[in-house]
Design a protein around this ligand. Structure first.
Ligand code: ADP
Ligand code: ADP
Ligand code: ZN
Length: 215
C-alpha cells in the first residue's frame, strides 16, 4: 500500500502533500526536483548539466532522471515505501519505472492525480517560498507562517525562492506538463491504479481526499 506517485502540474501541491504523508505515515518523499536542486548546489556533473535546463523550465533528460531514481529507490529508507513527487514526467520515465520496480519485486499501489486550473497554478508558483533551514513550504497568500517571517516548523527567519518560480518560466513548465506529462495519465488509467483528487480544495481537505484513497 506504500508505493505512490503524486502526479500534477507544477504548483498542484505535490510537494505539500508528499511532505504531509512522509510526516504522518513514515513513507519517504522522493522529489526529483529537490534532488536536482541539491545536485546543482553541490556542483556535481549532473548539477552542471541540469542547471540551464531547469532555469529554462524544460525537462532534464530521461537518462539522467531514470538513473537518479533507480539509485534512490534502492536506499534503505525506501523499504517502508515511497511517494514519488515529480517523477515520472514522460512516457519513457513511466515505462522505466515499471521495469525497475518489477526487478525489485515491487509494484505501484496508487497514482494520484492532483487537478488544479492553470490560472491558479501560476499564482501558486509565483507566490511560493520555502524555509531555508528545514525546507517547509509556504505561500505569500495561501499558506503564511503563523508568525510573520518565522518558520512554523523550525523557527528560522530565513526563506528562499526558486529561480524558476517566475511568470515566464512557469509558462514553459506548464507547457512541458501538458505535452510530456499529461499523456502518461492514460497509461496508469488503463492499469486501473489512477485516482484523482481536487487539488483546488484547502490543503487539509486535499490531504483528507488522499488519505481516503490510501486507507
Ligand atoms: P508542487 O510540488 O506540485 O509544485 P507545492 O506543493 O510546492 O506544488 O505547492 C505550490 C504552492 O502552492 C506552495 O506555495 C504551497 O504553499 C501552495 N499550495 C499547495 N497546496 C495548496 C492548496 N491546496 N491550496 C492553496 N495553496 C496551496
Ligand atoms: P514543479 O513541481 O514545481 O514542477 P519540480 O521541483 O518537480 O517542480 O521540478 C523542477 C525542475 O526540475 C523541472 O522544471 C525540471 O527542469 C526538473 N525536473 C524535475 N523532475 C524531473 C523529471 N522527472 N524529469 C525531467 N526533469 C525534471
Ligand atoms: Zn523551517
Amino acid at each position: 500500500m506504500n508505493h505512490l506517485i503524486l502526479l500534477g502540474a507544477p504548483g498542484a501541491g505535490k510537494g505539500t502533500q508528499a511532505r504531509k504523508l512522509q510526516d504522518e505515515r513514515g513513507i519517504v518523499q522522493l522529489s526529483t526536483g529537490d534532488m536536482l536542486r541539491a545536485a546543482v548546489k553541490s556542483g556535481s556533473e549532473i548539477g552542471k548539466k541540469a542547471k540551464a535546463i531547469m532555469d529554462a523550465g524544460k525537462l532534464v533528460s530521461d537518462d539522467i532522471m531514470i538513473a537518479m531514481i533507480e539509485e534512490r529507490v534502492q536506499q534503505p529508507d525506501c523499504k517502508k515505501g515511497f511517494i514519488l513527487d515529480g517523477f515520472p514526467r514522460t512516457a519513457a520515465q513511466a515505462e522505466a519505472l515499471d521495469a525497475m520496480l518489477a526487478k525489485l519485486g515491487l509494484a505501484l499501489d496508487h497514482v494520484i492525480e492532483m487537478t488544479v486550473d492553470e490560472k491558479i497554478l501560476t499564482e501558486r508558483i509565483v507566490g511560493r517560498y520555502t524555509c531555508a533551514k528545514c525546507g517547509a513550504g509556504y505561500h505569500d497568500a495561501f499558506q503564511k507562517p503563523k508568525v510573520a517571517g518565522v518558520c512554523d516548523v523550525c523557527g528560522s527567519r530565513e526563506f528562499t525562492r526558486r529561480a524558476d518560480d517566475n511568470a515566464e518560466t512557469v509558462r514553459t513548465r506548464l507547457d512541458a506538463y501538458r505535452k510530456q506529462t499529461q499523456p502518461i495519465l492514460p497509461y496508469y488509467r488503463t492499469k486501473g491504479i489512477l485516482k484523482s483528487v481536487d487539488g483546488m480544495a484547502e490543503i487539509d481537505d486535499v490531504a483528507r481526499q488522499i488519505s481516503a484513497i490510501l486507507d
